[in-house]
Design a protein around this ligand. Structure first.
Ligand SMILES: *Cc1c(COP(=O)(O)O)cnc(C)c1O
Length: 389
């Protein structure tokens, strides 16, 4: 596992930090200390590697998508996180965090979830370790994502509906924080992306960097060279950071993050880097979608996983230094990306991932591309069926 490329103090340039109530500082310091000890402990790394191998099914394949490549003009390799247990990259992080929580002596885990994907991944990890799990979810989201609620319940988690505010993700985050402050002695809060106060962005990035470490070795083995471009979709940014970290030191490799342009960049969208300004949300300073008054704007994307008004601080930093480039794809372009991969490769990708595919379709490219196929799209077929003419 690579070490923190930037700073152990929780800053990525001007981004990151720890903007939380005093009552949580102790818990974050305890987590930071535990993670720093665990990441250099052979026994912990051995256990984590075994979980990634036997439970997640790692290494995931790097698959040369020959017919999709013909359509886009570049030689495209897909890093198949859709083949990971539960169908997306999120399980790499949740299993790692619950392993860490157990090492810290915590007897209970909590999480918040928007569309339910992180909730399912956390409930899966908690069930695996036999720890009780409470997932906070906006009541509106519970109605919209009923199937994921049922999945979490079947995995033994208690799903607590949050009725306050807009009854969506941000309200669920507030409720999870309230629980954590109250029960911090016994409870670990599992955050699902490279967001939140330090050390979460670093912790989640490290746990997801297995994607990039594997992909780099695989592409060199199969293609005999480094890729010209590495592409991934960006919601909070964890699958992209996990993939990018494998290539940070390869100056010739272009890193491209694809954000959700939603209905278009001048309408409702989820393009926090392309359209955002610096501000503080959920414990960290990063680029955020805001209105003229500095209030957090309502994000929109056809894919639930990209429908977030912020982004992890490491991405804001990568954008500010120019090491990574950020582009966008609209809802309609993502749907076209989904269809293209289904037709050419027989793979139904997640709508989140489809934004990255769309970027390749609309930007004639040559050379060798590694694309992070962050998850499978079974969860999205109803959304797509409703759009069908
Ligand atoms: C949650 C999710 C995302 C977005 O989250 P990141 O932290 O940006 O990776 C992307 N793809 C899939 C399949 C997801 O489930």
């Amino acid at each position: 596992m690579k070490t923190d490329p930037v700073s152990s103090a929780g800053w990525f340039g001007d981004f990151g930090g720890r903007y939380v109530p005093e009552a949580l500082i102790g818990a974050l310091e305890e987590l930071d200390d535990a993670w720093n000890a665990a990441r250099s402990d052979e026994a912990f790394l051995h256990d984590l590697g075994a979980l990634h191998r036997d439970v997640v099914g790692r290494p995931t394949p790097l698959y040369e998508a020959e017919r999709f490549s013909q359509r886009v003009g570049a030689r495209v390799f897909l890093k198949r996180e859709d083949l990971a247990h539960t169908g997306a990259h999120k399980i790499n992080n949740t299993l790692g965090q619950v392993l860490l929580a157990r090492r810290m002596g915590k007897s209970r885990v909590i999480a918040e979830t928007g569309a339910g994907q992180h909730g399912v991944a956390t409930a899966t990890a908690a069930a695996f370790f036999g720890l009780p799990c409470v997932v906070y979810m906006g009541a509106t989201d519970m109605r919209r994502q009923h199937l994921n609620v049922v999945r979490m319940q079947m995995l033994g988690a208690e799903v607590v509906g949050v009725e306050s505010g807009s009854a969506t993700l941000k309200d669920a985050i507030n409720e999870a924080l309230r629980d954590w402050v109250t029960n911090v002695e016994t409870t670990h809060y599992v955050i699902g992306s490279v967001v939140g106060p330090h050390p979460y962005p670093e912790l989640v990035a490290s746990l997801q960097s297995v994607i990039g470490d594997e992909a780099r070795a695989q592409v060199v083995e199969v293609a005999g060279e480094l890729p010209t471009e590495v592409v991934a979709c960006v919601g909070g940014g964890s699958n992209a950071i996990g993939l990018f970290r494998g290539f940070y030191d390869d100056a010739g490799v272009r890193l491209v993050g694809v954000e959700a342009a939603g209905e278009g960049l001048d309408r409702r969208n989820g393009a926090s880097i392309t359209r955002g300004r610096p501000g503080v949300l959920h414990g960290a300073r990063s680029l955020l979608l805001q209105d003229d008054q500095g209030l957090i704007a309502h994000a929109h994307s056809i894919s639930a996983g990209l429908d977030y008004p912020g982004v992890g601080p490491e991405h804001s930093w990568l954008a500010s230094t120019g090491r990574a480039t950020y582009v966008t794809a609209t809802d309609d372009e993502a749907v076209a990306g989904f269809k293209a991969l289904a037709e050419t490769e027989g793979i139904l990708p997640a709508l989140e991932t489809s934004h990255a595919l769309a970027h390749l379709l609309s930007n004639a490219s040559s050379g060798t591309v590694v694309l992070g196929l962050s998850g499978r799209g079974d969860k999205d077929v109803e959304t797509l069926a409703e759009l069908a003419p």
